[in-house]
Design a protein around this ligand. Structure first.
Ligand code: AMP
Ligand code: MG
Length: 932
């Protein structure tokens, strides 16, 4: 039949549309008709793919990102003449190898030359004493990297590297604008045929070529522009509708703002038996091994990222027309295959979904990728690829790794990967023996080799699990190796031999005259502090206080706060701190909710010292410390026996969701935590520690209890009244060796420090309570220069600071890491199905072990929601759901990524107009905002 499209290119766009409509009526799909040849005497347009590469080449003429290469080892006697002639024949045969590019009137054109000689470069690397293999590797890389000039050509580079008289490496490098991987296979195959024939003195029998690439380029434009583009675009727009977030891959580093294409690769081989099982299972599901492997790859990405929509870029050869099967040129296209996954789906179900996506894509394979990118116009960034971040490519046909041509043995040459166009590329091919080879190419700007090695292992385990249990939900398939996902340490609850009040008493025995507390001009020695605490305890017992009772302690920043806490503990009672600045209704609520029977405060005269609740609620028994004369009280402390589960304190959470809840913390957990912090800090007797935290936060307890159990001095400041200058002055005058401040406040303090100003006494500096941005960390490190710096993290429910990071020189993450567990705790990073994640993967942070709060006071329901049995540790251990996103680094350190609900808690530091620089997060105004 005569091709009705032979003169198609001569028609006007309207005529073309009309002709297509007519043919369609007659049941002829023009996409199925052969491509017609167009004359070479007219200006030849570029295909869409070429257009994009031409554009990119103008932007970055020296980039080798779009070079493709192959290399083979030739063993035996090499016939140089036959080799040279073979290359010349290939250039003569394939127009693409004789094509150059240019533009006229702002339009890019390709020019097919009658001849464009390609000189084979001969390089002798066989000099004795030299490492010819290393030299060859370097040469291959430099040949690959050397830029091409698209305007002058040629765009094929061939070199022969001589390693020894009978050992050579043949290297081919082409610009992607004239070829693709398929083309390389054509060229290699034809080269082998030609070379063998020339060695024998005969001619090779190669398939005829009816059209060239330029004919395809013309045809593609006409076909797509006559309506096909719209049809396919509509399909893809529907497929990729909605906002799909970028894949949250387990990056090892954030990488530069503008990523380079630096890459490396890792090759693994699946056992032949796995390949066979995969083929059998896929066949029974009507799917191909490509679909099966893609399904497993998507399952892997789902488990890593926890995102429902998984997008993977897949190259399609686009060689489904017979007349272009043997044409060298740039036909390959990229498709975005998106599948919705969930942990409840089995491998069978996911495979069915992937199959459907892949078949749909196959039917819409001609829409050039760039048209799609343009139509969907995703946010462009210099760091990440638009539409997808991960690529998968499967080569179905087994490639012969060894073959004979003439006197030569021909063998694949393994090139090292130096670049990666995407963050991660998985290539798979089936070897002649049926084994499946997987090549993981990754961007070294963001990934470390160890991470990809682990990931490849996860892929193999997941594939194995999926093949063994194709009906099992994805969330139940094992994929981590033993010990991954954070091993639960075993803890011994009996380790607590003494509780905090007892430990402080020991210090008082060792050095009774040492200063325990200082507030402004007055100080208390250890013995005086304990004397007062014991007197108050005796007084409380005399008035009827019983072990297990709760007292509201509503005191301004003073040594009395410590006296009251120690006295209550001495009696076996617990306290709930009440900030005198809080609104009365809130205090009332807390007292009632806590079931407090006692109230300890100051009567005072000044406004903020007065009892904020007047009159006290009926049942409550009040005690005003400033009106109490403790001097005559008997000093024999009541000896209430404490138990690890005896309640030590209740702290009310801010209650952003619903009513504030009282977090109940027992003595065992508190003692273990404080002892572990003292050890971590390496605190010594005689050190001077600034107390800064508001007494209604749990950090305040740590800030006095830890120094006191080491024999150090607590300097109680009043930051709500201090300016930054006054804080600095106190640090100097008091010779403060430890500070623990909110990040924003410390950053402000750092800004205040002159570059040459130092704080010589400062041994340790802790920030915590909220995320520490990287910039603030750098500022603090460079200006404050503490000998050791810590970032303390902790929900109140996990007892003050369950995780602490000791700062390193540099921080690569957005926020300072939160480090490792302190005390008897384990940290887990879990996915939505409560499965552990491997290091690098982002998930929700759960904290398990013994040193957790008992739960919420009188709220079994709320407690059961947030505190789960710890499935990873032994019986009895519990686990708290933090609501924070985090990931574990390769070295075990945990990085904080933000709140799981995206609402980062930032108390912030604000300078109030008209006032001196006040850390407003502690001021009354701020509290009003926070607590209403
Ligand atoms: P709270 O229970 O009021 O102490 O608040 C605990 C929450 O504050 C945590 O769940 C985190 O979201 C945040 N947070 C506390 N400390 C840090 C820290 N060092 N880095 C990042 N976030 C923190
Ligand atoms: Mg906290």
């Amino acid at each position: 039949m005569q091709n009705p499209l032979a003169d198609f290119h001569k028609l006007s766009p309207d005529q073309r549309k009309a002709l297509i409509a007519l043919l369609k009526k007659r049941g002829i799909d023009i996409g199925r008709l052969p491509i017609a040849g167009v004359g070479r005497d007219r200006p030849l347009p570029l295909s869409y793919g070429q257009q994009r590469l031409w554009f990119l080449a103008q932007l970055e003429p020296d980039s080798s990102a779009y070079h493709i290469a192959d290399a083979v080892r030739l063993q035996g006697r090499l016939d140089a003449d036959a080799l040279q002639r073979s290359i010349a024949t290939l250039v003569e045969r394939h127009e693409s190898l004789r094509t150059t590019f240019g533009s006229a009137d702002g339009k890019a054109l390709q020019v097919v030359h009658d001849s464009l000689p390609v000189a084979v470069q001969w390089q002798d690397l066989s000099a004795p004493g030299g490492d010819s293999e290393a030299l060859a590797a370097a040469w291959v890389e430099s040949l690959e990297r050397r830029p091409f000039d698209l305007q002058t050509g040629p765009l094929l580079r061939v070199a022969v590297l001589k390693l020894a008289a009978d050992r050579h490496v043949l290297v081919w490098v082409l610009h992607h604008i004239v070829a693709d991987e398929w083309s390389l296979n054509i060229l290699m195959g034809e080269f082998a045929a030609l070379y063998s024939a020339y060695c024998r003195g005969s001619e090779a029998d190669l398939p005829g070529l009816s059209v060239g690439y330029a004919d395809f380029a013309v045809w593609q434009r006409h076909w797509l522009e006559a309506g096909e583009m719209q049809r396919q675009l509509a399909y893809w727009q529907a497929q990729l509708a909605g906002d799909t977030p970028q894949l949250e891959l387990p990056w090892d580093r954030t990488g530069p703002a503008q990523r380079s294409d630096a890459g490396a690769k890792l090759e693994i081989e699946l056992p032949a038996a796995s390949g066979q099982r995969l083929r059998v299972l896929c066949q029974s599901e009507g799917a191909t091994p490509f679909m099966g492997l893609l399904a497993v790859f998507k399952m892997l990405l789902y488990r890593y990222c926890g995102q429902a929509q998984i997008r993977v870029g897949v190259p399609v050869a686009n060689r489904n027309r017979r007349e272009i099967e043997h044409v060298v040129g740039f036909f390959v296209n990229t498709q975005v295959l998106q599948t919705e996954l969930s942990g409840a789906l089995s491998f069978r179900q996911i495979l069915a979904r992937v199959r459907e996506t892949a078949l749909g894509a196959q039917a819409h394979a001609d829409l050039p990728f760039d048209q799609l990118v343009e139509a969907l116009s995703p946010q462009r960034s210099l760091q990440r690829n638009p539409l997808f971040q991960v690529m998968y490519n499967h080569q179905a046909a087994p490639t012969e790794s060894v073959r004979a041509l003439g006197d030569l043995q021909w063998q694949a040459y393994a090139r090292a990967a130096h670049s990666s166009q995407f963050e991660l590329i998985l290539d798979s091919f089936e070897g002649a023996d049926g084994a499946i080879h997987l090549i993981w190419t990754y961007a070294t700007d963001v990934f470390a080799e160890a991470t990809i090695t682990r990931m490849a292992g996860h892929f193999c385990r997941l594939l194995d699990a999926a093949l063994s249990a194709p009906q099992t939900p994805l969330r139940d398939l094992p994929w981590l190796s033993a010990g991954e996902g954070g091993q639960a340490a075993e803890f011994d609850a009996a380790v607590v031999t003494a509780f905090v009040p007892e430990l402080i008493r020991r210090q008082a025995q060792i050095n009774p005259q040492a200063e325990a507390v200082r507030v402004g001009d007055s100080g208390l020695s250890y013995s005086e502090l304990l004397r007062r605490a014991d007197a108050l305890a005796a007084c409380l017992v005399a008035q009827g206080l019983k072990p297990g009772e709760v007292a509201g302690v509503c005191l301004p920043r003073s040594a009395d706060m410590l006296v009251a806490s120690l006295a209550l503990w001495q009696c076996g009672a617990a306290f709930v701190p009440l900030d005198p600045d809080y609104p009365a209704e809130r205090l009332q609520y807390m007292l009632e909710d806590a079931g407090a029977a006692w109230w300890i405060g100051w009567a005072g005269e000044a406004e903020d010292c007065a009892a904020p609740i007047a009159p006290l609620p009926g049942k409550l028994r009040g005690l005003f410390l400033d009106r109490l004369d403790l001097s005559g009280v008997a000093q024999q402390p009541p000896a209430a026996a404490l138990h690890p589960e005896s309640l030590a304190y209740l702290i009310y959470t801010s209650g952003s969701s619903g009513q504030p809840k009282g977090v109940a913390v027992a003595h065992g957990a508190l003692a273990r935590h404080c002892a572990a912090m003292a050890e971590l800090y390496g605190l010594h007797a005689g050190e001077r520690c600034l107390h800064f935290a508001s007494f209604s936060f749990d950090a305040a307890i740590e800030q006095w209890a830890v120094p006191l159990l080491c024999g150090a001095t607590v300097i109680i400041g009043d930051p709500a009244r201090w300016s930054l200058e006054q804080t600095l002055q106190t640090l100097h005058e008091q010779g403060i060796s430890r500070i623990d401040l909110p990040p924003a406040y410390l950053a402000e303090l750092a800004r205040k420090l002159e570059p040459e100003q130092t704080l010589p006494a400062l041994l340790g500096c802790t920030v915590g309570g909220e995320a520490l941005p990287r910039e603030q960390l750098a500022l603090i490190q460079s200006r404050v220069r503490p000998k050791r710096m810590f970032n303390a993290y902790g929900p109140t429910e996990c007892v003050i600071s369950p995780l602490v990071w000791q700062a390193e020189a540099a921080c690569d993450s957005l926020y300072a890491p939160i480090g490792r567990c302190v005390g008897a705790r384990n940290a887990y990073i879990l996915d939505a199905d409560l499965n552990p994640l491997p290091s690098g993967a982002a998930g929700e942070l759960y904290i398990g072990g013994l040193d957790l709060a008992q739960g919420y006071r009188h709220r079994p329901g709320a407690s059961a929601e947030r505190f789960l049995p710890d499935p990873f540790a032994g019986p009895g251990a519990r686990m708290y759901r933090s609501g924070d996103r985090a990931r574990r680094r390769g070295d075990g350190v945990i990085e904080f990524l933000g709140r799981a609900d995206g609402q980062l808690k930032l108390r912030g530091y604000r300078i109030e107009p008209g006032k001196s620089k006040t850390p407003c997060w502690l001021s009354r105004a701020w509290r009003k905002r926070r607590y209403g």
